[in-house]
Design a binder for this molecule. Structure first.
Ligand SMILES: [Zn+2]
Length: 400
């Protein structure tokens, strides 16, 4: 069996699929849109002769997974992953186009999810199709189009639980990264601190224990932790610095300004880099809460709402090498290695399975979630071709 050249993807069909996906407003949790998007992906897979498996993850939201056998003997399994949900279009008056109209103007495809990440989903399907049309290949591809990436990543968690990542040797997460190949991603912790003291009349505060000054001390303490974390391990070459950002502070009521409250809650969005150990950080925070609480006669309870560790694989990993080589061949220049500022489904896959994941896909890194979100039309087939070639290099192994 010889490695045959891969035919270029059907440019028109891949762009049409991206447009059809944008026209389905699969806003996370809204009106079953995610299921409708999953059904379109499943229909497309069936039309390619593949057997999609559609799983309802929660009402109106579904995962679609399929395996494309190479038919060329034993070999590794490469996963290509994308999510089907989009964030809200927000204020429609901020858009100059219909957010779900999939309008093409001056070479750009506009719409919510154009970059994040319906172009990526379309590209991974047509890339897999092109590789298959090029003849048998060793191993297989597994394609995963999942729900709820923008929320709690229920789709990725479910895909892992359903065994869809079993035996997979590497995963390309097709999120928009502006031409960068990203073997690293920031980690995230969503934390909630509940402070409980004792309520009192505002005229007799000495009879109560207000958690408000303690919450203020806690915020200052978090700033100290941030300074320490930024000093050690120091800035990451592509991900920059870790941050602990208080995002919500609730205490008392503006309708009851003569009441010294008994309770307060603080939410903190923590973003970490490789070298920050989440469990050690959490132990440290719990320690500080205990000390601060005891000193002020207020209890502070820390709840971890979500724990997504930072991801990093080496530049010498076969998946990174395959993507770099494919990108250089198809784009005529080498791609920069970058880092993902947020978390992706790849974070869950890496956390729960240890599979090497790399994020690489069509669209700008910073355009996601904005009004007038777009992707360059020309990029969609180009990424699909690159996925096909990278898959070929990865699955055949590093022969010339
Ligand atoms: Zn995304």
């Amino acid at each position: 069996m010889t490695r045959s050249p891969i035919p270029p993807v059907d440019s028109e069909a891949v762009v049409e699929l991206a447009r059809a996906l944008i026209r389905i407003p699969s806003v996370a949790g809204r009106d079953g849109g995610e299921r409708a998007a999953a059904e379109l992906v499943a229909r497309t897979m069936s039309s390619f002769g593949w057997r999609p498996q559609l799983t309802e993850v929660s009402p109106g939201r579904a995962n679609v997974v399929t395996t494309v056998e190479g038919g060329g003997g034993p070999g590794p399994t490469l996963a290509l992953e994308g999510h089907l949900d989009v964030v809200t279009e927000g204020d429609r008056s901020a858009w100059t186009v219909d957010p779900f109209g999939a309008e093409v103007r001056d070479g750009r495809l506009y719409g919510r999810g154009a970059a994040d990440m319906k172009a990526g989903v379309a590209a991974m399907l047509h890339g897999a199709r092109a590789l298959q049309r090029g003849g048998p290949f060793p191993g297989r591809l597994r394609l995963l189009a999942l729900c709820d990436e923008e929320g709690m990543m229920l789709g990725a968690k479910r895909a892992v639980a359903d065994g869809h990542l079993d035996g997979v040797s590497g995963a390309i997460i097709c999120e928009p990264e502006g031409g960068e190949i990203c073997p690293s991603a920031k980690g995230a912790l969503r934390l909630r601190f509940d402070l409980a003291g004792r309520m009192a009349h505002g005229a007799m505060p000495e009879l109560g224990r207000s958690p408000i000054p303690v919450a203020s001390l806690l915020v200052q303490e978090l700033a100290t932790v941030q300074v320490d974390l930024q000093r050690d391990p120091g800035p990451h070459p592509t991900l920059g610095l870790p941050y602990l950002t208080p995002t919500v502070l609730v205490a008392g009521s503006l309708d009851q300004m003569n009441v010294s409250p008994g309770r307060a809650a603080l939410a903190v969005d923590v973003r970490t880099i490789p070298g920050v150990d989440h469990s050690r950080l959490l132990d440290d925070l719990r320690h500080r809460c205990d000390r601060l609480g005891r000193a002020n006669e207020v209890t502070i309870e820390l709840t971890v709402i979500d724990d997504r560790p930072p991801v990093e694989i080496g530049a010498e990993e076969p998946l990174v090498v395959a993507l770099q080589r494919a990108h250089s061949e198809l784009w005529g220049r080498s791609a920069a290695l970058g880092g993902v500022p947020g978390t992706t489904d790849g974070t869950i896959i890496a956390r729960d399975t240890g599979i090497p994941t790399v994020v690489y896909g069509p669209g700008g890194k910073w355009i996601a979630h904005q009004a007038d979100e777009f992707v360059e039309v020309e990029e969609i087939p180009r990424y699909a071709d690159t996925y096909a070639r990278a898959a070929q290099i990865f699955l055949w192994g590093p022969t010339p």
